[in-house]
Design a protein around this ligand. Structure first.
Ligand code: HEM
Length: 285
């Protein structure tokens, strides 16, 4: 098991220890120290510039309103430090995941040029050349939508969801799980489950299409996990992926660089599963 992956898991399980041990995680710590003041700059504008508006518009507005509401409650955890930390986590959780998925998306389009061509044909047929693409358009673009779903299934960037601890003694499929057991939900096993997918080890957008070419959602499609701790940004991520992917493919053609015959789709284990560094050729259509 590569070191970075092991360190990531240790960070999740024993964060206090990892802050004190030497190693690459110290670089992550110093990055945090760089980003945090930037976040604070955004929410600590002089009084009056960033007061609590009557109609909150964004996360910071809602959080400031909650801090004000909970003032005087000694049990409240709403304060500016926690707000800054939450913003930091949203950035952390929301940037690497989406960009990594898009890097896989372009890699697969180069590795499977027929699929790229089919997406482009659909985009050209359904959308006007200067039409602004919005998330609603996915309903008229079932093939493109299926390809994006298959990209997410096949790259499976979060192999294992956030660790849990069982709150009480229970059983799962006959196995006893005592209170306090550490549980690592294996999302990869669902996305590649041979009982749920016809050919899980093949890149095949057709698993999200019916015989008439309509998009079909699949129960085992869980790249954002499931349950009460499901990815908080799933909806944002879905629309970002759709809009960016559709815009890129409508305007550009992605191919292997001259002289390169093959491109590797093997992954590099990290905090998310990354493609290996690659070069591709981008041509306006
Ligand atoms: C392709 C993009 C993304 C993927 C594949 C993804 C996947 C995941 C997964 C698997 C989890 C763990 C859920 C669990 O443990 O059950 C998670 C948690 C989370 N994600 Fe995402 N995510 C993505 C984008 C985003 C974005 C854009 C945001 C926010 C802007 C975000 C915010 C979060 C947060 C805050 C959590 C923790 C939720 C909790 O513990 O209650 N994610 N994500």
């Amino acid at each position: 098991m590569p070191m970075t992956y092991l360190l990531r898991k240790l960070f999740e399980i024993l964060p206090w220890l990892m802050h004190h041990l030497p190693g690459p995680q110290q670089k992550a710590n110093s990055c945090c120290e760089f980003v945090c003041p930037f976040i604070r700059k955004g929410d600590q504008k002089p009084q009056g510039e960033r007061g609590i508006p009557d109609e909150p518009q964004d996360f910071i507005d809602f959080y400031l309103a909650q801090i004000a509401k909970a003032k005087g409650d000694p049990a409240s955890t709403y304060d500016e430090d926690n707000m800054n930390q939450s913003i930091f986590y949203l950035f952390l959780a929301g940037t690497e995941t989406t960009t990594t998925t898009l890097r896989w998306a372009l890699l697969y389009m180069v590795a499977y040029p027929d699929i790229q061509e089919n997406v482009q044909k659909e985009l050209d047929t359904v959308l006007g050349p200067s039409q602004l693409i919005c998330y609603e358009d996915r309903k008229n673009l079932p093939y493109t939508n299926a390809v994006i779903h298959e990209i997410q299934r096949y790259c499976s960037i979060v192999l294992i969801a956030i660790p849990r601890e069982s709150g009480k003694d229970t059983t799962l499929q006959g196995f006893p799980i005592p209170k306090g057991t550490l549980i690592l939900p294996n999302l990869d096993s669902v996305l590649f489950d041979p009982e749920k997918w016809e050919s899980p080890r093949q890149f095949s957008p057709s698993c999200f299409l019916d015989k008439e070419g309509n998009f079909v959602s699949r129960e085992a499609f869980l790249p954002f996990s499931t349950g009460s701790r499901v990815c908080l940004g799933a909806q944002l991520a879905r629309s970002e992926l759709f809009i960016v992917f559709a815009n890129l493919l409508r305007a550009l053609m992605f191919t292997l660089p001259k002289g390169v015959e093959e491109i590797s789709t093997k992954l590099v284990l990290g905090s998310t599963m990354q493609p290996q560094p690659y070069k591709l050729c981008v041509v306006p259509r």
